[in-house]
Design a protein around this ligand. Structure first.
Ligand code: PMP
Length: 445
């Protein structure tokens, strides 16, 4: 595309530290599953702004609720006074919590802030310092969140040292345990638990661990659902040693996996849960939810933030909870998920394409396709096929973009991730699958 005045501003004056999959292109408006660019391109958006616009861009009810709120109260400031949308949002969230004991809320702006707040709360509550995070986990780019992020070195490169007392256990993911994609779930779980066991006997005494932090479906790190039995074992270990279990549902929450929260698949209740992204469909809002007993130890003033729990963002989030019910969004996720997984498996069963696809995995509309292609980092990965084209995932994603669809990859493995809107129509889903199929055919051949 030809460079425009706006693109030139972006190219010259926006920090070089920001990477973008569309280069210097400028998005001007977006509606539902579609995003329009300054050059007139209409792109099918299978990124949802990284799992945020779950109800589609500019959902009329959500935008209207925000617009109305803009005319009555924009900034209440939570350390000055409660405001109505803050409390009404809690009223809406309480009945959908995965466990009724999760009844104490603090709203913030971003997922990173929520994670940092959760870690801080866990240290204060337990009086311990140790934090166990998972290999491949992504929790944000601010210092504390960066300290527990283990999906890619770029996020913390050159800026450390960051927060101390962080220990890393493998996520129950076959790659990390040197297994094959067809390894039985019990073997994956057994190996991951054995490594955690070693960590707790060789690296840090469990009595010094404040929290274990995990995404119920590994996001950035490769789109891998944690087996329910692994999460249940984590719960048992936490209970045995008085460790808090923090589930980061920033990406998985609010219907992304086909249930309101991914933890519902295992029935495991966290002590603290972090939420953001789909919570307000694009308005900056995150939250830390915990048992009241945990927040009772916090002195007033420990939590706060100028924009925390902004009234407009809370009003949008309230509308989201209504739309989820009124439009039966969870049912749509189940239906579209089946179509997507069936189509991807069909593609994988083809003689010409199959050998290049290592794995199709995920739940709901959080689906990853891993290619059997050597990536820039997995030089020693025994699962890749010798002679397969390198970096298939990023090349397929790039080809999708050329064909009119925005789609993302994950961190170090060759995974293309599907995160379309949760209320996507059957037609748009079929179109996305068609574009992806053509892109794979063209790149693999
Ligand atoms: N946790 C998870 C699981 C995430 O996916 C993300 C964002 N991708 C974050 C935390 C950080 O959220 P934010 O970018 O809003 O700071």
């Amino acid at each position: 595309t030809t460079s425009t005045y706006l693109q030139d501003i972006g190219a010259k004056h926006v920090t070089k530290g920001l990477g973008r999959i569309t280069g210097d292109a400028v998005m001007v408006r977006a509606q539902g599953s579609w995003a329009e660019f300054e050059d007139g391109r209409q792109l099918l958006d299978f990124t949802t702004g990284i799992g945020v616009t779950n109800l589609g861009h500019c959902h009329p009810k959500v935008s209207q609720a925000a617009a109305n709120q803009c005319l009555s109260l924009v900034h209440g400031q939570c350390s000055i006074a409660f405001h109505e949308p803050y409390l009404r949002l809690i009223e809406k969230l309480l009945p959908i919590m995965p466990d009724p004991s999760l009844d104490s809320f603090f709203f913030w702006n971003s997922g990173s802030e929520a994670v940092e707040g959760a870690l801080k709360m866990a240290r204060i509550y337990t009086g311990r310092k140790g934090i166990i995070t998972m290999q491949g986990g992504y929790h944000g780019r601010t210092f504390g969140a960066m300290a527990v992020t283990r999906s890619k070195t770029i996020y913390s490169e050159g800026s450390g040292p960051s927060m101390p007392s962080v220990f890393v256990a493998p996520f129950p993911f076959w790659h990390q345990l040197s297994l094959s994609p067809s390894a039985p779930e019990e073997e994956v779980v057994k190996k991951a638990l054995y490594q955690l066991d070693l960590l707790l006997s060789q690296q840090i005494n469990p009595k010094e661990v404040a929290a274990i932090l995990i995404e119920p479906v590994l996001g950035e790190g490769g789109y891998v659902p944690a087996p329910p039995s692994y999460l249940r074992s984590l719960r048992e270990i936490c209970d045995k040693y008085g460790i808090l279990l923090i589930l980061d549902e920033v990406q998985t929450g609010f219907g992304r996996t086909g249930k309101y929260f991914a933890s519902e698949y295992s029935g495991v209740s966290p002590d603290i849960m972090t939420i953001a992204k789909g919570l307000a469909n694009g308005f900056p809002l995150s939250g830390i939810v915990s048992r009241t007993g945990i927040t009772e130890k916090l002195k007033p003033g420990i939590m706060g933030g100028t924009y925390a729990g902004n009234a407009v963002a809370c009003a949008a989030a309230i509308a989201c909870t209504d739309v989820m019910k009124e439009e039966k969004v969870l049912e749509n996720v189940q239906q579209r998920s089946k179509e997507l997984i069936t189509s991807l498996n069909k593609l994988r069963s083809r003689a010409d394409i199959g050998p290049y696809i290592l794995d199709v995995r995920g739940v709901g509309l959080m689906i990853g396709v891993e290619f059997a292609s050597p990536s820039s980092v997995s030089t020693y990965d025994p699962n890749t096929i010798a002679g397969a084209p390198r970096n298939l995932a990023s090349r397929v994603a790039k080809r999708c973009l050329e064909k009119g669809m925005l789609i993302l990859t994950t961190s170090i493995y060759e995974v293309v991730r599907f995160i379309p809107p949760l209320n996507i129509s059957a037609e748009d889903m079929a179109l996305g699958i068609e574009i992806f199929t053509q892109a794979v055919e063209e790149i693999v051949k």
